[in-house]
Write a protein that binds this ligand. Structure first.
Ligand code: PMV
Length: 355
């Protein structure tokens, strides 16, 4: 056999949903029960870096995550790989004397090595960055001509939230109408530069892996939570429109109100699920400095405030929690972020001395 190797590397940031995706109406294709909106982070921070290599000497597809080999069979990575192979194109590298025809991709095996620069599966959407990066880098290696819309629908089949990491800035995942999922894709609402004074602070209170995976959690919620049905049909459609408007107008007060309300409702759906899911309530960890005392109200408690509105008025910040205990705080500018951080650090030190 020939013994060449061809490689591509990509880096993709994670995204934080401000209107949450929770619940699938088709589990195999990953079609959501509602639209969602997110902010893609700066790639210097929470991102995945993936290298994919192809060589006729590889006897099977293999994958390593953070240096450890993980099985690929029957996995979501496998469905993304299959979809990308279908639209792969000819590749020629004259210098190396490599010539791959589009049909050859079906027979060639790939090796994939991916690293996250942040805790995996701790509710920081590591799967979003990982799967989006995987799809993007494979598409680069295999000379895929399709645009980000198509790639987002492939990443979606790996992990729903991954489709939104295909773009920077503010991104909407439209649930779509088609039963095959062809229109369940991500679209960019605004680029990174549209509202670049926003500051996102991620308070990693625990890097432990979450106990209920989003797949199991969503399945249970869809099957048992009446609130989920109400949320998807009645609440989210209106909120999506309001959020789009808030983003368009850089209206932080509305953006923050909607973000906090939607995070609260997502966790309310989790509580409404049978058996209930407590993503924000796992007090068994030792790193509980920030979230120890009732998570959504962490700032309330420490600041002796009673309402979310009063925190927002004072520090002007929004909070949102995904499927894990880590808090994501969003401040409208560096000045408020500075004040907020000062306050958090003060509380942290105070807490340490008390212990
Ligand atoms: O893409 P998944 O299966 O990891 O689900 C992510 C779900 C949330 O992060 C809780 C919400 C979201 O929209 O990202």
């Amino acid at each position: 056999t020939e013994s060449w190797i061809l490689m591509a590397t990509g880096r993709t940031p994670t995204n934080i949903a401000v209107i949450k995706y929770w619940g699938k109406c088709d589990e195999a294709l990953i079609l959501p029960v509602n639209d969602s909106i997110s902010v893609t982070l700066d790639p210097d921070h929470l991102s995945a870096t993936t290298t994919v290599a192809v060589s006729p000497t590889f006897d099977r597809d293999r994958m390593w995550l953070n240096g450890k080999e993980i099985p690929l069979s029957g996995d979501r990575f496998q469905s993304c790989l299959r979809e990308i192979r279908k639209i792969a194109d000819d590749v020629e590298d004259e210098k190396k004397g490599i010539r791959i025809r589009k049909d050859d991709w079906q027979k060639l095996n790939v090796h994939i090595a991916s690293y996250n620069n942040f805790p995996t599966a701790a509710g920081l959407a590591s799967s979003a960055a990982g799967l989006a990066c995987f799809v993007f880098t494979l598409a680069k290696l295999m000379n895929v001509k399709e645009g980000c819309g198509k790639l987002s629908s492939i990443a979606r089949q790996g992990s729903g939230s991954a489709c939104r990491s295909m773009y920077g800035g503010f991104v909407k995942w439209t649930m779509g109408k088609d039963a095959c999922g062809s229109d369940s894709i991500a679209v960019q609402l605004a680029s990174e530069s549209h509202w670049n004074d926003l500051v996102i602070i991620i308070a990693v209170v625990s890097s432990k892996q979450k106990e209920t995976s989003s797949t199991t959690g969503m399945r249970d919620s869809v099957e048992t939570s009446p609130l989920l049905q109400h949320r998807a049909q009645t609440v989210v459609p209106g909120r999506i429109l309001q959020m789009e408007e808030a983003i368009r107008n850089r209206d932080f007060a509305s953006f923050a109100r909607l973000t906090c309300a939607d995070s609260n409702q997502f966790h309310a759906v989790c509580l409404d699920t049978s058996p209930p899911i407590f993503y924000m309530n796992d007090t068994s960890h030792r790193h509980d400095l920030l979230y120890h005392k009732d998570k959504p109200f962490i700032l309330n408690l420490y600041l002796n405030d009673n309402t979310i509105e009063s925190i927002m008025a004072k520090f002007q910040a929004a909070y949102t929690f995904d499927a894990g205990p880590n808090a994501v705080l969003i401040a409208p500018n560096r000045k408020s972020a500075g004040l907020l951080l000062q306050r958090l650090l003060f509380c942290f030190r105070h807490q340490q001395t008390m212990n």
